[in-house]
Design a protein around this ligand. Structure first.
Ligand code: ATR
Length: 502
């Protein structure tokens, strides 16, 4: 609870009560006058409350001296009542704060001590030693919240948690890399996760990487996650926005599966694979930029992965990691449905781009009988993609565009030009601006955000039928679901599945 007044904190607590097990009152975020009135907060809140006065060096807002902070803590504990529900349930005391009178007072009146350590810059090297040595007595709960600057940092915390199994502790990897440590508390052997009412305009994230409370409760179904919960996720970098958690978690909820799907942002695919092993992850969706880099980690793979050279789906099997590619089938299913066809025979097709996405597209076009021209900004990549299939190639230049005359039944845009979130100027990018649509072409853009790229708008204005990549996204996710779970996708849920962003 990081609002400026106690009244406002109570208001927010009321609104989110059904998602809240314990409230942490961040006294350092309160206006100075309000800080003097904290004693009655637990009674007013009506649920267990943690008293925390976080210093600025630990990521909080308290800038006064230690004397002032200690007397505020004492004020919170003073006049303890026999009915413990009227006292603070927990007191957060940093590991370097030595005030035995405060600790004694807390213990006497049943307030449990959370002995905390924060490192807002990085992850310490000696975490197991730290966890074991922090408690001053056996009844304290250890809290270690450290900034993850890499996937390896999260791995360190996860392994430290396992090594110190049995210690009551709270472990958090702060920042974007550590987001799943806030969801998979059980797997990290952590007692609590902290989240915030972040959609309230006056509520600050109490620490970097914190998740919005309803998202943690509803999307990830935090309260249902146990060690028996099957864990899936999506990896990529930077992985700032992905719709996959929303898709898979909604399906898992609708069908009543004890499973969760989390984002795994990763700066190292090697470390991510180690994390997946430690967390017993059963399936991973792989996205930009790891669809090729993941291949050496596979224990075996489908034929498509071998030919396409890109893998977007990892499934744990008794024989190890199986790599498959659901982008390819997702693409062809979507386009064939749109065209009301069962194959691409006699179709002359231009593919714009020669990156990872184009490779899946060209593989499917070949498999289903199309004649293809590949055009790419960097010509040699177009040739490298097209030549093994004996397809035509060219650059995105005058000569290349001229070649399109003979390959324009279908035009497929596979580059990230025009995609939201690449850069602000990108939205107006049209990779084939020199090409004039005649209006008869069937045009697909793999981009789905925005719904209409500059390229697709131009095609539509010329009278072409146009299709964006959203339907393909859903189709490839459905194949992924089947790959992960061994079950048919429950089609009757499809209308209720959302593709929000985390
Ligand atoms: P993906 O897996 O999304 O296909 P990729 O493998 O990095 O990503 O490939 C990106 C593709 O988009 C490439 O074909 C790239 O062209 P280059 O090979 O010349 O780099 C293409 N691309 C990206 N931005 C582009 C732009 N603004 N105009 C034209 N092509 C672009």
């Amino acid at each position: 609870m990081t609002a400026k007044t106690l009244g406002r904190n109570l208001e927010i607590l009321e609104k989110y009560r059904k998602y809240t097990d314990i409230a942490e009152l961040r006294v350092d975020c309160l206006d100075p006058d309000e800080r003097l009135l904290i004693r009655r907060f637990p009674e007013q809140a009506g649920i267990p409350v943690i008293l925390t006065i976080r210093r600025d060096i630990d990521g909080g807002l308290f800038v006064g001296g230690e004397g002032a902070r200690i007397s505020l803590m004492a004020r919170g504990l003073a006049y303890a009542e026999a009915d413990r529900r009227r006292n603070f349930a927990y007191l957060d005391i940093e590991e370097d704060l030595n005030v035995s009178s405060l600790e004694e007072a807390a213990r006497t009146f049943g307030t449990r001590i959370i002995r905390s350590y924060h490192n807002i810059k990085g992850t310490d090297a000696d975490l197991p030693v730290k966890i074991r040595s922090m408690r001053r007595s056996g009844d304290e709960i250890v809290k270690v919240a450290v900034m993850a600057n890499s996937t390896r940092d999260v791995l360190e915390l996860l392994c430290a948690g396992k090594e110190c199994e049995g210690y009551e502790k709270i472990l958090i990897s702060m920042g974007h890399f550590g987001i799943y440590s806030r969801i998979l508390s059980e797997q990290f052997d952590s007692l609590f996760s902290y989240c915030g009412a972040l959609s309230e305009s006056d509520t600050l994230p109490a620490a970097p990487g914190q998740i919005e409370i309803r998202e943690l409760a509803n999307l990830y179904r935090f309260r249902n996650i146990t060690r028996a919960t099957k864990v899936y996720g999506v990896t990529g970098y930077p992985l700032k926005a992905t719709s996959s958690p929303s898709f898979f978690n909604t399906v898992f909820e609708l069908e009543g599966s004890n499973a969760v799907y989390v984002p795994f942002p990763a700066d190292s695919i090697t470390d991510l694979i180690d994390i997946a092993k430690e967390l017993n992850v059963e399936g991973i969706s792989v996205t930009v930029p790891y669809k090729e880099a993941i291949i050496p980690f596979l224990d075996f793979q489908s034929d498509e992965v071998g030919v396409i050279g890109a893998c977007n789906t990892l499934t744990l099997t008794p024989q190890g990691w199986l790599g498959t590619n659901t982008d390819a089938k997702g693409f062809s299913d979507s386009l064939l449905k749109f065209l009301n066809k069962s194959n691409f025979k006699r179709q002359r097709v231009t593919v714009i781009g020669a990156g990872g996405a184009a490779r899946s597209v060209v593989f499917e076009l070949h498999r289903l009988g199309a004649k293809v021209l590949v055009l790419n900004r960097t010509v040699h990549k177009a040739r490298r993609l097209a030549a093994p299939y004996k397809f035509a190639w060219g650059g995105l230049d005058e000569q290349g565009i001229e070649k399109m005359e003979k390959y324009r039944d279908i035009i497929i845009q596979t580059t990230s030009a025009g995609m939201e979130g690449i850069n602000p100027d990108n939205l107006s990018d049209d990779p084939a601006a020199m090409y004039n649509f005649c209006g008869q072409e069937e045009v697909m853009d793999l981009v789905y955000k925005p719904k209409m790229t500059a390229f697709l708008k131009r095609a539509s204005n010329a009278g072409c039928n146009v299709l964006n990549g959203f339907d393909m996204l859903i189709r490839q996710a459905r194949y992924q679901y089947t790959q992960f779970t061994g079950k048919e996708f429950p089609e009757h849920f499809l209308s209720r599945v959302q593709f929000g962003e985390f």
